[in-house]
Design a protein around this ligand. Sequence first.
Ligand SMILES: [Zn+2]
Length: 128
Amino acid sequence: MYEVMVEGSFSAAHNLRGYRKKCEKLHGHNWKVRVGVRGGNLDRTGMLIDFKEVKNYLERIMEKLDHKYLNEISHFKVTNPTSENIARFIYNELKSRLKGSHYRVSKVTVWESDTTSATYFQDKKDVE
Ligand SMILES: [Zn+2]
């Protein structure tokens, strides 16, 4: 198996509903994002997928989040914009764009700070 990783970052504000601590108040982060694409076969050029292709998709997804108040984005009006839910959002957005037959999105990690991150991936047993 091969796994290709691409990183990006975005800045945004959020607040966590129903969380009775500091993060319930409006604040911001510089989020770092790492996406993984996995597959068992390479193409004729010896690539699983062109890094540029993944990067372009990731940038388009992050444009939806960058310099936004995440709670106002339709996806996060009900779902809390936690790092976990942001990772899942990016995973699903990327999955719907990556149409290759020999690879798939393996995981998305979102860092809220240098020392804290959340990863979303699908287990074989998971039901969507
Ligand atoms: Zn926060």
